[in-house]
Design a protein around this ligand. Structure first.
Ligand code: SF4
Ligand code: SF4
Length: 407
């Protein structure tokens, strides 16, 4: 299935001005040439321009900028998947199979996390797999969120008359269950029980970007089956998972997700809209005081949903909020882990790092886990999902009381 939006290109080159990769290397030909222009050639020969496609970060900033609605990032992502020259190796397989790696790592996380941080381990991964030795892997949790949920939370969710579903994704499940627990805490205080999808898999974004199209399609089909069974809104905490489930499944993998797409939404959008409509009320701690800088991740920019995070963060009385100029952090999922991309990844992130250093916040807020890894590793500032900030700033007891009397 071809993406025919390439025909709408008016050759204005605005996309190139917004492309973070074109800005840092002359080896990338830019979105216009790699996307709509290249597509005309690829109609005749699938491998045309393929040497340049590997530079595309799939950040979609070109799509946000394009005045003609050309789905440039999608065109390039599909061309990469279809190209006979893009063959994933062991490294791509390891980086993209987040469910498998997470399930193997979590039971041994106490021993594994320090080992992953050792110089000798990093050098081995660099030499054997081509994962840059300067890159730090996120720590694995001691217990998956799913396991914790079954053990500690599932039963308590049944007492709520209103129910939502939560697509937690790999990061909250294997690396940061505290984020998922924070969401439960907020939703329960607002009067909502939280159910998990039966048979959820990784959204597959890393499979798509690493050229594992067939596996990405299999996982996407499993997720679509799970999403179709949900009889309430499906909430998310990761901007990238959200965009993948809603847009990449149809645009890049060619799967029909029309009957579930509008049911998938960011938890912060759900909450912000419910607060604005008066359906839920929030009460905040008077002693919560923080200087926060908000970073708009690339896929949050594409969704256009950063406004909901800002709306909620601005409700917290003790928050001083700086909104940073929206630029790419440079990591782009697994891209920045690869040895040949490390320097580019840091160069792209420099504009964001400088803004954070200038602002000197106590916390950087962002809806993307890989931006968190990049910022924390590169400049050492603490990064949190706004969901966790909200959970900490809320007076849970008072919020529960305010919402208990509401239908
Ligand atoms: S998706 Fe990002 S990196 Fe790729 S062409 Fe568009 S702006 Fe450039
Ligand atoms: S911004 Fe859109 S219309 Fe302009 S060159 Fe890029 S793809 Fe074509």
């Amino acid at each position: 299935m071809k993406d025919h939006t390439f025909q709408d290109c008016v050759k204005c080159t605005v996309c190139t001005a917004y492309c973070p990769m074109a800005a840092v290397t002359p080896f990338y030909i830019g979105p216009k040439q790699a996307g709509p222009d290249g597509e005309r050639y690829r109609l005749k020969d699938k491998s045309f321009y393929d040497y340049a496609l590997k530079y595309c970060l799939n950040c979609k900033r070109c799509e946000v900028a394009c005045p003609s609605g050309v789905r440039i990032g999608d065109i390039i992502a599909k061309a990469k998947l279809d190209s006979p020259s893009f063959k994933p190796g062991l490294r791509e397989w390891v980086l993209a199979n987040t469910d498998l790696m997470g399930s193997l790592a979590v039971p041994f996380s106490r021993a594994l996390n320090p080992i992953l941080g050792l110089d000798v381990s990093k050098k081995m991964m660099d030499g054997i797999l081509g994962i840059d030795h300067r890159r730090q892997f996120p720590a694995y949790a001691k217990e998956t969120f799913e396991h914790w949920y079954r053990r500690k939370a599932a039963k308590a969710q049944k007492r709520f008359s209103k129910q939502v579903y939560y697509y937690h994704g790999c990061y909250a499940n294997y690396n940061n269950p505290a984020l998922a627990q924070d969401l439960l805490k907020i939703l329960n205080a607002c009067g909502y029980g939280v159910q998990l999808l039966k048979g959820e898999k990784c959204c597959g974004v890393a499979l798509i970007s690493n050229g594992l199209g067939a596996q990405a399609r299999r996982q996407a089909k499993a997720n679509l089956a799970a999403l179709r069974k949900a009889d309430g809104p499906v909430l998310t905490t990761s901007s990238t998972c959200t965009m993948t489930l809603r847009d990449e499944y149809a645009h890049v993998l060619g799967l029909d997700n029309a009957n579930v797409r509008d049911n998938i939404t960011l938890a912060l959008k759900f909450l912000s809209e419910k607060v604005d409509s008066g359906e839920i009320r929030l009460a905040f701690r008077s002693d919560y005081q923080k200087h926060i800088a908000y970073h708009t991740s690339c896929h949050m920019e594409r969704l256009g949903w950063w406004i909901y995070s800002l709306n909620l963060l601005r409700m917290i009385p003790g928050v001083r909020l700086d909104v940073l100029e929206s630029v790419c952090c440079g990591i782009s999922g697994t891209f920045g882990f690869k040895k040949e991309n490390y320097e580019l990844s840091q160069e792209i992130g420099r504009k964001l790092f400088d803004q954070i250093r200038d602002a000197q916040p106590e916390i950087v807020a962002t809806g993307c886990e890989t931006c968190k890894w990049q910022i924390e590793m590169s400049i050492g500032f603490e990064v949190q999902n706004p969901v966790s900030i909200l959970a900490e700033a809320l007076d849970i007891e008072e919020t529960t009381r305010l919402n208990a009397a509401r239908p």
